[in-house]
Design a protein around this ligand. Structure first.
Ligand code: NAP
Length: 293
């Protein structure tokens, strides 16, 4: 049994494509307002007690119906579980995922839609869906209450951090370290779970920093991204790098990792540290985690 997960063994792939767990849709709520160009849903599903033991940071898979271009059944698409281990209602028999409806133009200019995301965004309470997982063991939250957690998210990449924050809040307040979420989205309407983050931020140990890329610009006129906010945090963030107590998690769009590394490198240089060495130490200590798509 892993030391950091001593309270619960990591369950992996109990259900696969050919042997899925059938789950019932409990609720499907649109998170972004109707006027927002991005349509993101919070989908809650239910399953029998004990059937799907998961840890914060793991994913669940959902397969669209039908077959792919080669005539094979569509494979599951993975979504980070947005709920802590006790689920949406504390019973351990539900979980939620965060799904953005994918619409795009084909090369011939036709409107096309993502099969899995549209199936999930259109799911109705009572529908049965085949689910796989739990998947993933590298991005889970360790049972390390005194540590500090630096969470860097863009868009729906915030889903696992909602789960992290729920678990973190279950640890005794006097034993917990700090949690700081940097969250990059296009507009205020895209700020997923904003009400929940605002409630969490009443705890002085939880901190929230947004970057609104289509509403704010940097001093040199670029879109404001999480890495720009990190640079602006300067000394405070540097202190997190230096104290050796931080776990760093990055989740979201693919390009963010490069920008975040550059921000860390600039901060490290200011302090006379060599970023590749610092990152290597974080990685070796199991404190550097990246999940970008
Ligand atoms: P999005 O709306 O496309 O982007 C979110 C924010 O990231 C926007 O403000 C965007 O700015 C900004 N951004 C774009 N390029 C960036 C860069 N190089 N560095 C920093 N910020 C950048 O996000 P999304 O469509 O929700 O996608 C989120 C990603 O997370 C997807 O790739 C998804 O697969 C992945 N993910 C999803 C889940 C899940 O469970 N659903 C879990 C883990 C990861 P601009 O658009 O204004 O440039």
């Amino acid at each position: 049994m892993s030391q950091v997960h001593a309270e619960r063994e990591i369950a992996l792939n109990l259900y696969r494509h050919n042997t899925p767990l059938m789950v019932r849709v409990l609720a499907n709520r649109r998170l972004t307002p109707p006027e927002c160009a991005n349509e993101v849903h919070h989908l809650t599903v239910q399953f029998p007690a004990g059937a799907f033991p998961f840890l914060e940071g793991q994913s669940a898979g959902f397969s669209p119906p039908g077959v792919n271009a080669r005539g094979r059944p569509n494979v599951p698409r993975l979504y980070s579980i947005a709920s802590g281990r006790d689920g949406e209602d504390g019973t351990g028999t539900t979980l939620a995922i965060c799904v953005k409806r994918v619409l795009y133009q084909t090369e011939s200019g036709q409107q096309a839609h993502g099969l899995a995301s549209n199936m999930l965004c259109d799911a109705q309470p009572g529908d049965l869906l085949p689910m796989t997982g739990p998947a993933g063991r590298e991005f889970v939250l360790p049972e390390d209450p005194p540590a500090n957690y630096l969470l860097l998210a863009t868009g729906t990449g915030v889903a696992p951090f909602r789960a992290f924050a729920q678990r973190w809040a279950q640890w005794p307040a006097e034993k917990r370290g700090k949690m700081w979420l940097f969250f990059g989205v296009q507009t205020h309407g895209d700020a997923l779970y904003a009400d929940e983050w605002a409630a969490r931020a009443e705890d002085p140990h939880f901190r929230m920093t947004y970057a609104f890329s289509r509403e704010e610009t940097t001093a040199d006129g670029r879109r404001m991204y999480v890495q720009d906010r990190m640079r602006m945090a300067g000394q405070e963030l540097l202190a997190w790098l230096r104290d050796g107590q931080a776990h760093i998690y990055i989740c979201g769009v693919k390009g963010m990792e490069v920008g975040i590394e550059a921000a860390f490198a600039a901060l490290a240089q200011e302090a006379g540290l060599v970023w590749p060495v610092v990152r290597q130490q974080l990685w070796l200590a199991g404190r550097w985690h990246v999940e970008v798509y």
